[in-house]
Ligand binder design. Structure first.
Ligand SMILES: CCCCCCCCCCCC(=O)SCCNC(=O)CCNC(=O)[C@H](O)C(C)(C)COP(=O)(O)OP(=O)(O)OC[C@H]1O[C@@H](n2cnc3c(N)ncnc32)[C@H](O)[C@@H]1OP(=O)(O)O
Length: 243
């Protein structure tokens, strides 16, 4: 992973999203989980449109099923279970971002988007591979929206009182290509009470492929804890039902 830009302010580096993408101070377990995710990501990418001989496909499926057994768990688990170890690594919230479906280095579904925070602009850098295909050779519109949610979700933190996405409007200006380095820009524009307004765009070189406006609503930080605890209770309830 490349070194952080020396121009980045300490404040930006303190951002959980940015810190979550550094390899500093990570336990061997978390580094290994990131490595497993990277291998898994590559596997998923290569699997789409594979040229494996049709006669070998069942054998490959056997291998994958056997490997899958090593990771098997029979009910959903909260990614918040990583918190204790993340705390050892210097910040509990990082565990959440490590598993983020958009930026998480330990989540094979994440492209991942690399987040940088400037003085006023958030920049996401990403190359979407074949697994994100919608129109031929282009990124599925839902993933375009998800990318905006992530980058604008970071930009809203400049308000000093972040919250949850209430509304996301996307204008698709031109097809967003696969296999091309894209830049996603996000800005915090203004705050009205609990409402935080943001805007952004996706660039393929000089071409704007999509623009977005995001409205976030400031929430009490304890709401996140309540969401996590509610999920844990749901899982515990499922376990009791199974017993
Ligand atoms: C440590 C912390 C870290 C926080 C760090 C957080 C980073 C996480 C970012 C992740 C981004 C996500 O993906 S979040 C996942 C996707 N989003 C969600 O699941 C959110 C689901 N929705 C909700 O939970 C809720 O609707 C909220 C929290 C958004 C708002 O509910 P509320 O708190 O009861 O507030 P409410 O009174 O309804 O609205 C407040 C003001 O916003 C306006 N408003 C609300 N929704 C809308 C809307 N869709 N369109 C227009 N305006 C709206 C209202 O009119 C009102 O304006 P006025 O009367 O004041 O003028």
């Amino acid at each position: 992973m490349s070194d952080p830009d020396p121009q980045q302010s300490m404040e930006a580096l303190a951002s959980p999203r940015v810190r979550a993408q550094l390899d500093e101070d990570l336990s061997p377990r978390r580094l290994a989980l990131r490595r497993i995710a990277a291998a898994n990501r590559l596997l998923i990418e290569d699997m789409v449109g594979t040229q494996v001989d049709p006669g070998d496909l069942d054998a490959v499926a056997d291998e994958l099923e056997a490997l899958g057994e090593r990771f098997r768990h029979d009910r959903p688990r909260s990614t918040y279970e990583g918190m204790a170890e993340a705390a050892m690594a210097g910040g509990a919230i990082e565990a959440f971002f490590d598993h983020s479906p958009l930026i998480g280095l330990a989540n094979p579904l994440a492209p991942p988007i690399r987040i940088e925070m400037g003085e006023e602009l958030v920049t996401g850098r990403v190359t979407f591979g074949a697994v994100y295909e919608g129109p031929p050779g282009c990124v599925h519109g839902g993933f375009v929206a998800a990318a905006f949610d992530e980058v604008l979700g970071t930009a809203q933190t400049y308000s000093g009182a972040p919250g949850m996405t209430a509304r996301l409007k996307v204008d698709y200006r031109s097809p967003t290509p696969l296999h091309v380095p894209l830049v996603i820009e996000g800005r915090f524009t203004r705050r009205e009470g609990r409402k935080i307004f943001t805007e952004g765009r996706i660039l393929d070189g000089d071409t704007v492929t999509a623009e977005a406006e995001g409205l976030f609503v400031t929430i009490d930080p304890t709401k996140f804890r309540e969401l996590a605890e509610g999920f844990d209770r749901r899982i515990a309830g499922d376990q009791a039902d199974d017993a």
